[in-house]
Design a protein around this ligand. Structure first.
Ligand code: ZN
Length: 495
């Protein structure tokens, strides 16, 4: 490619705090009614005093540490002035000069154009805290607009990367990795559709001699949108440059329906926000003690978990990735494994040498059958009724072939709905494989009586007839006959 894309991202994430950034209003704005969740502070009445939400400060430090950032130990707030109807104070409180976290990085893994796995170090410029604005509503066919301040003053984490991303695959992978980390750390659900995570990309194309002109793209609300908007912008800008035209420095919006970016405003003159330090809030001092405490509360992150799962449990990369996608799923898997290990110790049906095989079976079952059930019913692993202990027992039963695969699915479904014990369900529904030769013997004699020709053929040495007779036995027992036992009985009776 004659031009090299340089891509940076600006990502806003809503932390799940109890209250808003500077007042006691609940940090919720999903109310059906507008302007229910407001007070004098968050709608900017004169003479009110803001107070800092400690939970939000701790959350961003946690995120910053997980993203290998330096932490500013003394942080002050700045007023960023601009006029917009959804900003009642006429300024936004933010951290312009002293972001809480700076100079970090995140190692990402992604698939390149040839579907080859690659890693990349994405440099992070900063993470800072600020407050969100309200929402403008423009009713259709009306000559007025409405404002809902429920969201005004809600905390927001802004993360800015250096322009080190080179294509849409890297950018989308970065966003996905980031979302997963915020979920692991329980800072935010970071659901893009719900606006809990909002992405903006800036793209410039440079060639060897000249650095490019930066174009910002806003209104992206899906990972697909991140990919598609970058792909579109690279094509658009390349086209202009090839025609000898100039790129305008501007902000564009992503139109997900038409899959294009549209010019919103030109950025030829940098806006003057007239920043100045907030006089009504004291600076935040981050102590060693607080930092150490937050550091200790950081759980094992997805990339480390994947490494450990592949090493300790013998999973392949892809399976480990699926299981660790969600922390509650990863925990469920790990708890199941430790239950399996204690089953193996106490249950004489199985010995410890078989543990790796049972673990592999469990991983396969979890990533196909169980995840399918959670997706179908929208019940996450945090609400699942199946206990790791019961799931472990089912896996041992399946491994020992005490039920067949269709029965296993029935049992799993039942466990998923009721939280029941697999052995009890198998008993109640009479699903166990029949090994009892007396019981099976009567089924087999009946089959032989009904199929004298096949029995004679078998006697004459036609092995195909054995398959046929087994098939009949399976049909009569709904697949519950133990094939080995059934073959023995057939051969005995036919002799
Ligand atoms: Zn308020």
């Amino acid at each position: 490619m004659p031009y090299q894309p340089k891509i940076g991202m600006e990502i806003h994430i809503q932390p799940k705090t109890k209250s808003k950034m500077f007042c006691r209003c609940p940090n919720r704005f999903d109310q059906t009614k507008p302007n229910q969740n407001i007070c004098e502070i968050c709608v900017g009445h004169p003479g009110t005093l803001p107070a800092i939400n400690q939970q939000a400060v701790k959350a961003i430090i946690k995120a910053g540490l997980a993203l290998n950032c330096q932490i500013n130990r003394r942080v002050h707030w700045d007023r960023k002035h601009y006029f917009y109807p959804d900003l009642p104070k006429g300024y936004q409180l933010t951290q312009n000069n002293t972001p809480l976290c700076y100079q970090g990085f995140l190692m990402i893994e992604y698939l390149d154009y040839n579907q080859k796995p690659q890693t990349k170090k994405v440099l992070i410029n900063r993470l800072h805290l600020e407050e969100d604005a309200g929402k403008d509503l423009h009713p259709e066919n009306s000559d007025y607009s409405l404002i809902d301040f429920n969201r005004a003053g809600a905390p927001l984490i802004e993360l800015v990367t250096e322009p080190v991303l080179q294509d849409q695959e890297q950018a989308a992978a970065f966003c996905q990795n980031l979302q997963q980390i915020f979920r692991y750390l329980k800072i935010s659900d970071a659901d893009m559709e719900k606006g809990q995570m909002r992405c903006e990309v800036n793209i410039s194309l440079s060639n060897n001699q000249k650095s490019g002109v930066k174009v910002e793209v806003k209104n992206i609300n899906s990972f697909r949108g991140v990919k598609k908007s970058i792909e579109y912008e690279i094509k658009r800008q390349t086209g202009l440059l090839e025609q000898g035209k100039k790129i305008k420095q501007e902000t564009r919006g992503w139109d997900a329906e038409k899959q294009i970016t549209i010019s919103q405003r030109s950025k030829e003159q940098a806006q003057d926000y007239r920043y100045f330090p907030e006089p009504d809030l004291p600076p935040i001092n981050i102590t060693d003690g607080l930092l150490a405490k937050i550091k200790n509360s950081i759980v094992e992150l997805p990339t480390d978990k994947i490494k450990r799962f592949t090493k300790n449990f013998g999973l392949n990369q892809e399976t480990a990735k699926i299981i660790t996608q969600d922390l509650t799923c990863a925990n469920f898997f790990e708890n199941t494994i430790s239950e399996i290990k204690s089953w193996v110790k106490t249950d004489d049906r199985i010995d410890s040498q078989q543990t790796p095989k049972v673990i592999k079976l469990t991983a396969n079952y979890l990533t196909t059958e169980l995840i399918r059930l959670t997706q179908k019913t929208l019940v996450g692993f945090d609400q699942i009724k199946i206990t790791p202990e019961n799931f472990a027992e089912l896996m041992i039963i399946v491994y020992k072939k005490q039920i067949n695969s269709s029965a296993a699915q029935t049992v799993l479904k039942n466990m998923f709905q009721t939280g029941g014990d697999p052995s009890q369900i198998i008993k109640q529904k009479n699903l166990a494989i029949q090994k009892d030769s007396k019981e099976l013997g009567s089924v087999v004699s009946k089959v032989i009586q009904e199929n004298p020709q096949a029995a004679n053929d078998l006697k004459a040495g036609k092995q195909k007839s054995l398959q046929f007779l087994i098939g009949q036995v399976m049909a009569k027992t709904q697949g519950k006959a133990d094939p080995k036992t059934a073959i023995n009985i057939i051969q005995k009776l036919v002799k």
